[in-house]
Design a binder for this molecule. Structure first.
Ligand SMILES: [Zn+2]
Length: 196
């Protein structure tokens, strides 16, 4: 089963953009549900975890994951440690070929999807990393989750141009769908390899 975990929670909503009065949590809910619909249509078993007002939300999340044991857990965020960031980013756990491959496919899809907007750079990040000044604790979901896991940062809510785009008609749904399609491709590739 693939677990799609909504980023942050209803009481700790993650990054907030005051110019547009939106936070990561509510936008992640929309992208996550569009991603799920792609997996549902293609009959890939998946589940959405939205912790709502539970707190502390991270330990609730990790306990839940420990219980349901997904083959992959994914969270879609919209913020970076770096305020100037403007590229889609995927974060995966060090030395895990499975999640690395999935992260690569997701980034390829996002790269193609954002070509029109001119956002052509992408970043694949392995954590924990030794990069100087890098705060690994920002990526607890990847470093502490007891299953293969990925954080996707398709765009950044802190970047006003990107935030405006996120709120444009259909943008969040289309991002969720791009991620869903990537998971499908990854799943098919993995299944095919396993069958050989
Ligand atoms: Zn976040």
């Amino acid at each position: 089963m693939i677990l799609l975990s909504v980023a942050h929670s209803a009481s700790a909503k993650g990054a907030y953009n005051p110019a547009y009065s939106v936070s990561e949590y509510e936008l992640s809910q929309i992208m996550t549900s569009s991603c799920k619909s792609i997996l549902d249509i293609n009959q890939i078993p998946c589940d959405v975890l939205d912790v709502g007002k539970m707190r502390p939300y991270m330990s609730y999340k990790l306990n839940y994951i420990r219980r349901v044991k997904p083959e992959l857990a994914i969270e879609i965020h919209l913020n970076s440690g770096n305020k100037n960031a403007d590229y889609p980013m995927c974060v995966y756990y060090k030395n895990n070929a499975l999640t690395k491959r999935c992260a690569q496919i997701i980034l390829n899809n996002l790269k193609t999807g954002f070509e029109k907007q001119g956002w052509t750079k992408v970043r694949l990040l392995e954590v924990p990393t030794e990069i100087k000044g890098f705060d690994n604790s920002r990526y607890t979901f990847v470093t502490k989750t007891p299953c293969p896991s990925i954080i996707v940062e398709p765009l950044f809510i802190s970047n006003n141009e990107q935030c405006k785009y996120l709120l444009s008609h259909g943008a969040l749904n289309s991002i969720g769908e791009m991620i869903g399609e990537a998971i499908l491709d990854w799943h098919a590739e993995k299944t095919h390899k396993g069958a050989v």
